[in-house]
Design a protein around this ligand. Sequence first.
Ligand SMILES: [Zn+2]
Length: 363
Amino acid sequence: MPLHDIRALFSRNYAEARQKFRSAAALRGLPAESFVLPLAGAVGETLATDVVFDGPRDAHNLVILISGVHGVEGYCGSAIQTGVLGLGPVPAPDTAVLHIHAVNPYGFSHSRRATHENIDLNRNFVDFSAPLPVNGPYAEIHDLLLPPAWPPSDENEARLAALRAQWGVRAFQRACGLGQYAFDDGLHYGGQAPAWSNTTFRQILRKYAQQCRHIGSVDVHTGLGPYGVGERIFACPDETVALARARRWWGNDITSVSTGTSTSIPMTGPIQHGQLEECPQAEQTNVCLEFGTHPVSVVLSAMRAEHWLHRHGSADTRHAAAIRQAFKDAFYPQSDDWQAAIWAQGREVFLQTVSGLQKPRRD
Ligand SMILES: [Zn+2]
């Protein structure tokens, strides 16, 4: 695809991304169903999760492409969905694609990772009728991560650095990112009830994903790993049979959070849990496609600043705007090389998923 066509897949804001996705569907004669979130967008636009089903409604094989679980990370997945629609009809028999665009439209529009409930949606798919997971180490660092003033003092940074050294980098990352259910103004808050996006995602699957027998899903994220590299992170609970299948589909370099081969860490309540619960009839092979943007230190600092703003607020509008812009930049590098790399890998993973679903099953 020529560079100017790749550029055209990427957007400057949520409203533009939504319009591009819906236009690509309309060009193919495919209707889009909107699940509207009754809140205003950043510039007053409608907020919605848009769904396009491409292919026979009774197809046994279903690719599910998911964007915007983490709001601001949605630019990348949205571009891939729009590009995939532009590739034309699904290139395999008995196979359809379910595009779920902007699962967290509030975060996408307002440049947040979290939902309007300050929930990290990928920590929200837990059983709320059972005791919620406890993340003790997070409780120790909550106030240090989001101190009263921003930028943080030297003393604050020194205390966090000391804890990182004491616990180890991986354990520190786990404390921050595993998910926590005790601080509703904190980082990676999983909530006390299903978020609007959780309920909506399940509603979409109940409507569109009950006919299929095999699901291959790709959930697109950004912010972890080397710049422009799409890490394929295995996203099923079954570590044996499904992992072997995932390797056959997406390659041997597929990583796993549970074995520690991923730059990511295990998390409580990822969105694939909802998929497993709502589509028990289907064999599932799921991957997170995580595109690197900037070094971890830059991304974590941007996340702390943005959450600090959410927690404490700022009377200084320029300070607040600078924090929001830095946050968006941390998850969405708007450069040609990055965007070309994203499209090339997104397209490849999509086509691998389609052909994987055609492979004879050995299990
Ligand atoms: Zn993410």
